[in-house]
Design a protein around this ligand. Sequence first.
Ligand code: FAD
Length: 487
Amino acid sequence: MVLPLNKITNLVARQVRFLSTNVPKIAIIGSGPSAFYTSINLLKQNPKNLQIDMFEQNPVPFGLSRYGVAPDHPEVKNCQDRFEEFVQEQMSLNKEPNKNKNFKFFGKVKIGKDIHLAELYKNYHSVVYAYGSSAENQLGIPGEDHSGVINSKKFVGWYNGDPSCQNLNPPLDKVRNVTIIGNGNVAIDIVRILLADPETHWANTDITETALNTLKKSTVENVVVSARRGFLESKFTNKEFKEVLEFKDINFDGWNEELFEKLLDGKKLGRVEKRRLQLAKKHTNNNKDTAKKHWRLDYLKTPVGFKVDSNDPTLLKETIFQKRIIDEEGNISDSKELTSTDNELVITSIGYKGEPLPEFQKLGVPFDSKRGMIPNIDGKIDFADPHGTLSYCTGWIANGSKGNINTCVMSSSILADVINSDLQELKITDKPGREEIEKLLENRNVRVTTWSDWLRIQAKEVLLGQESAKPFEKITDYNKMLNVLRD
Ligand SMILES: Cc1cc2nc3c(=O)[nH]c(=O)nc-3n(C[C@H](O)[C@H](O)[C@H](O)COP(=O)(O)OP(=O)(O)OC[C@H]3O[C@@H](n4cnc5c(N)ncnc54)[C@H](O)[C@@H]3O)c2cc1C
């Protein structure tokens, strides 16, 4: 068999690079699912000939897998086992813990603060942005900053033990009626958090002890999930919908029948929509006579403001909505008619939003502020850095805060192929990479957490969890995490 000339050139280039000390050095910002899957795929294809440094602002890894995915979905977090196995493999390849050459985790290193983006560009051959979405979309209406309106990012972070959300203290022991604005899977997670029994459903999960104790004292009885569009446009998946419908101690009150029929009028339904409709019909009012807790769907309403409770000004009395109407063709638009829903607390769940890193503008890294994402083609960013460093992105910051962990698996695999193909062409110049970054961190007195540190924190969390038959009890304070490392 005769190989084409370009293949021979590539093979020779690979061999030469393998012999050279100038291995391609890649900096990955973030340690969520997309960062890990990208690392796994890259090192699978280049087992020896690559150096990856992963920078995470938190002392511990895994991003939203740890601080977003609901505590009663442990199977989703199984990806963390795969990530741990991967780092373990890398460490055993190099024998010396924390000295592994191909992969290194730098915990508690925030890019833009502890290390500047410009320093990554100077020291690495490629920079991969995998830093997820740090903000949440806003309703943009008066009263949104009232204490009776909480955004889901904070609420989710609170029950999942994110140290930056621990001062939330949601007043669940003072409210009966909660409205969730937005109807994606995160909204459905929150319905379960608010209504499922803390003792039988949550006690043995990795929900924090603080959140569990708050839920035990909760007086919430009714939850309304409200959205601007109709049932057919609901953002939640049928799997999540079915899960919450099957709780025997929660009643699904259904939806506004009249609006629903109007909405369906003349529409041809797809398989997913038919299934959603069947689920709703099958489960409406099944537990009406037995359940103390209720939830319902409410459609075709745009929130426009809130009324505050005069007895307790820290809470709400109601949310004011503008009704929406459907025309003959099924187009939805705002009407002039107002309506209101009684609620003492509102949780907004209208999507997370990516933000640019502080140096983007100065360096000229492109960012689409409207969609909250870095513009890219298959993860590649069109940005010419003066040091010749290539830029890539993956996960939520590349997709506009959309998709689940399976989406991260797929997009990270595509990105690894793109990076590998670019590396074949790239002239690998001598760049210090990790060596220089470690010096900078030391000079700046940054207390970096290593992978071994994370394993020690995790072991302590498992130990703490054993006391209350939980898989682990998350340490929710950065200083306490660091104290574990001092013990
Ligand atoms: C509430 C909620 C529930 C979910 N439930 C599910 C589910 O059940 N099943 C499912 O498949 N998917 C679920 N998802 C989606 C899933 O979590 C995401 O698809 C996935 O986490 C996105 O991965 P990522 O790596 O792009 O971002 P992230 O997981 O957000 O990771 C980004 C990481 O970057 C770090 N970072 C940010 N800025 C910096 C910086 N300047 N320097 C250093 N590090 C930085 C962050 O701390 C974070 O660790 C859920 C998401 C949410 C919000």
